[in-house]
Design a protein around this ligand. Sequence first.
Ligand code: HEM
Length: 212
Amino acid sequence: MTDDEIRGIMFDAFAAGTDTTSNTFCFVLYYITHHPEVKKKLLDELRTVFKDDLSRPVTMDDLNKLRYCEAIIKETSRIRPTVSMVSRFGDQVDEVAGYKWPADILFIMYVRGINNNPRYWKDPEKFNPDRFYDPKEIEKQQKFAFTMFGGGVRMCLGRNLAMIEMKILLASLYRKFDVELVDMKAPLHVTTSTVTICQHLDVRMIPKTELC
Ligand code: HEM
């Protein structure tokens, strides 16, 4: 590869992979702290996978077992997607969804609307990671009722890395710390453009001596 290609690839990873992952993680913490029953199930899973060990490194095998961690991340991204819209430019006359569209048109898919559409999701306003265990809900994801990383040929190419990063961070954090919000009554402070940014989230991290 040329220096320019290497620079371009690094830029893609930094630009597309930093804010997306870090903001998603802030939303994950916000929803866990507001749902003690979810936190309990998360700790149960961590205890099952890591036993009493608070510090051994996370392995690939562990990652495959952290299914509830993954469900929390997906449910957070369903209810509060970090990338709330995805666009496509049509440079030719086309037919989409039974309609004829002129050339040079920008299609914007409102991800947050799809992910929270009551036609596809029961009680969409409820934060319920369990729905990602339900085979029927998983089937809906395949029909694009859930979009976290876009779709088709331009789908996020960092999606597997992002999920690995967030699962490792979630497991590592809750193995060693209890996480509390400084102000439980404060709403999420966000600004939305292409990426929804968590402007600030004040958390208190209390070191743990055992996984409970
Ligand atoms: C939670 C984390 C992330 C989320 C929610 C996310 C979401 C997205 C979305 C929605 C798209 C647009 C897909 C489409 O148009 O169909 C995208 C594109 C992209 N993402 Fe991610 N992403 C994340 C992490 C990452 C990471 C870690 C990397 C790289 C290290 C990355 C690299 C890219 C690149 C290069 C594209 C452009 C792909 C293309 O246009 O062909 N993303 N991402």
